[in-house]
Design a protein around this ligand. Structure first.
Ligand code: FES
Length: 93
Protein backbone atom coordinates (compact mmCIF):
# COMPACT_ATOMS: atom_id res chain seq x y z
CA UNK A 1 0.00 0.00 0.00
CA UNK A 2 1.39 3.37 -1.02
CA UNK A 3 0.54 6.21 1.37
CA UNK A 4 0.09 9.77 0.16
CA UNK A 5 0.03 12.30 2.99
CA UNK A 6 -1.03 15.85 2.24
CA UNK A 7 -0.42 18.57 4.79
CA UNK A 8 -3.57 20.25 6.06
CA UNK A 9 -1.75 22.51 8.48
CA UNK A 10 -2.88 26.13 8.38
CA UNK A 11 -0.21 27.41 5.98
CA UNK A 12 -0.70 24.61 3.45
CA UNK A 13 -4.45 24.83 3.84
CA UNK A 14 -4.38 28.54 2.99
CA UNK A 15 -2.23 27.78 -0.04
CA UNK A 16 -4.68 25.29 -1.45
CA UNK A 17 -4.04 21.86 0.04
CA UNK A 18 -7.78 21.16 -0.12
CA UNK A 19 -7.76 21.52 -3.92
CA UNK A 20 -4.70 19.26 -4.09
CA UNK A 21 -6.52 16.64 -2.00
CA UNK A 22 -9.58 16.81 -4.26
CA UNK A 23 -7.41 16.34 -7.33
CA UNK A 24 -5.57 13.38 -5.78
CA UNK A 25 -8.91 11.77 -4.90
CA UNK A 26 -10.00 12.13 -8.52
CA UNK A 27 -6.72 10.69 -9.81
CA UNK A 28 -6.99 7.68 -7.48
CA UNK A 29 -10.52 7.05 -8.79
CA UNK A 30 -9.55 7.69 -12.38
CA UNK A 31 -6.71 5.16 -12.29
CA UNK A 32 -8.70 2.79 -10.01
CA UNK A 33 -5.91 2.77 -7.44
CA UNK A 34 -8.04 2.72 -4.32
CA UNK A 35 -6.83 -0.79 -3.47
CA UNK A 36 -3.17 0.20 -3.54
CA UNK A 37 -3.01 3.89 -2.66
CA UNK A 38 -4.27 5.46 0.55
CA UNK A 39 -4.69 9.20 0.96
CA UNK A 40 -4.28 10.83 4.37
CA UNK A 41 -4.28 14.33 5.73
CA UNK A 42 -1.24 15.26 7.77
CA UNK A 43 -0.37 17.82 10.38
CA UNK A 44 2.34 20.37 9.61
CA UNK A 45 5.39 18.82 7.95
CA UNK A 46 7.61 21.80 8.82
CA UNK A 47 7.94 23.13 5.27
CA UNK A 48 5.41 25.91 5.81
CA UNK A 49 7.26 28.51 3.73
CA UNK A 50 7.61 26.24 0.73
CA UNK A 51 3.98 25.94 -0.40
CA UNK A 52 1.69 22.94 -0.15
CA UNK A 53 3.67 19.98 1.13
CA UNK A 54 2.95 16.31 0.67
CA UNK A 55 4.61 12.93 0.92
CA UNK A 56 4.29 10.12 -1.55
CA UNK A 57 5.72 7.08 0.18
CA UNK A 58 8.91 8.33 1.85
CA UNK A 59 9.51 11.21 -0.55
CA UNK A 60 8.54 14.77 0.37
CA UNK A 61 7.43 17.35 -2.19
CA UNK A 62 6.82 21.05 -1.62
CA UNK A 63 5.22 23.86 -3.60
CA UNK A 64 2.59 21.55 -5.06
CA UNK A 65 -0.59 23.03 -6.49
CA UNK A 66 -3.73 21.90 -8.26
CA UNK A 67 -2.01 22.14 -11.63
CA UNK A 68 1.28 20.43 -10.80
CA UNK A 69 -0.12 17.56 -8.74
CA UNK A 70 -1.36 15.58 -11.72
CA UNK A 71 2.05 15.25 -13.36
CA UNK A 72 3.72 14.58 -10.01
CA UNK A 73 1.14 11.93 -9.11
CA UNK A 74 1.43 10.17 -12.46
CA UNK A 75 5.21 10.07 -12.27
CA UNK A 76 5.75 9.22 -8.60
CA UNK A 77 2.82 6.92 -7.91
CA UNK A 78 3.43 4.70 -10.90
CA UNK A 79 7.15 4.72 -10.35
CA UNK A 80 6.82 3.78 -6.69
CA UNK A 81 4.07 1.21 -7.25
CA UNK A 82 5.33 -0.47 -10.38
CA UNK A 83 8.87 0.77 -10.96
CA UNK A 84 7.69 2.54 -14.10
CA UNK A 85 9.46 5.76 -14.99
CA UNK A 86 6.99 8.00 -16.78
CA UNK A 87 9.35 10.87 -17.42
CA UNK A 88 11.63 9.20 -19.90
CA UNK A 89 10.98 8.85 -23.60
CA UNK A 90 10.12 5.39 -24.83
CA UNK A 91 13.19 3.44 -25.75
CA UNK A 92 12.57 0.82 -28.39
CA UNK A 93 15.52 -1.46 -29.06
S1 FES B 1 1.49 23.83 7.39
FE1 FES B 1 2.08 22.46 5.83
S2 FES B 1 4.21 22.23 6.18
FE2 FES B 1 3.55 23.49 7.79
Amino acid sequence: MLVIQICVGSSCFLRGSREVIETVEKLINHYRLDDVVVLKGSFCMEHCNDGVTLKIGDKTFTGVNRESITGLFEKEVFEQLYGVKNDEPDQHK
